[in-house]
Write a protein that binds this ligand. Sequence first.
Ligand SMILES: CC(C)(COP(=O)(O)OP(=O)(O)OC[C@H]1O[C@@H](n2cnc3c(N)ncnc32)[C@H](O)[C@@H]1OP(=O)(O)O)[C@@H](O)C(=O)NCCC(=O)NCCS
Length: 205
Amino acid sequence: MVQADPNISPLSASAAPQPHVRPANLRDLDRLTDVLTASFYDRDGWRLWVYPFIRLGIYEDLKQRLKAQSPRYACLAAVATPTAGSTATHGEAIAGTVEASLRQPWPWQGDRHVYISNLAVDQTFRRQGIAITLLRSCEQVAQRWGIRELQLHVMEDNLAARALYRKAGFSVVQTEDSPASWLGLQARRLMMHKTLQPPPHPTKP
Ligand SMILES: CC(C)(COP(=O)(O)OP(=O)(O)OC[C@H]1O[C@@H](n2cnc3c(N)ncnc32)[C@H](O)[C@@H]1OP(=O)(O)O)[C@@H](O)C(=O)NCCC(=O)NCCS
């Protein structure tokens, strides 16, 4: 099981109740799967029938990643804890999630980088700064791993995510075509990248 990591400081988003980010663990699996599946797949019409199978696939894949406890992998959860006076009766709710993994390609394939994936925010928590907060937490993870290069992919027609990544300081480095995009059946994939600033040197007294 992935243990709570005290090195990731809780970061607040702007909405109330204030979500904070913490490492995800196996107890979060069901709710993380719900957020991911609902964020990336719709349930309209015939898709309703395949939805449970897609969900199961996402659940099993994520379970493997969480169980592996790799030191080169982090799954983060943005959780909203009901505040005093709020009407929520349950414990914390998972508002969003993201995964970061350390990639060490062969020398001719580029530099070591942290690859960000599966960024998703529950519909009811959107436009509250949660995705930006999760991305900042990935930056903290990268800095802890000693890595300054961040990379991710986004579909060209995912305008919300592209706006988010632009705002977070990412820029497009590559446009990737596929047979499906050549035929106009699917949007192209964009590879985006960000270089983190080196941490400031402590000033001498
Ligand atoms: C993309 C997504 C993660 C954004 O999450 P979010 O928590 O709502 O994003 P934030 O509130 O942190 O938004 C930060 C900025 O991103 C941009 N942005 C986010 N959602 C946007 C939208 N629907 N339309 C336009 N810009 C958007 C805005 O610039 C926003 O800043 P603003 O609110 O001050 O204008 C969320 O919509 C989602 O889960 N989508 C489905 C899954 C997905 O596409 N994931 C990305 C895969 S690459």
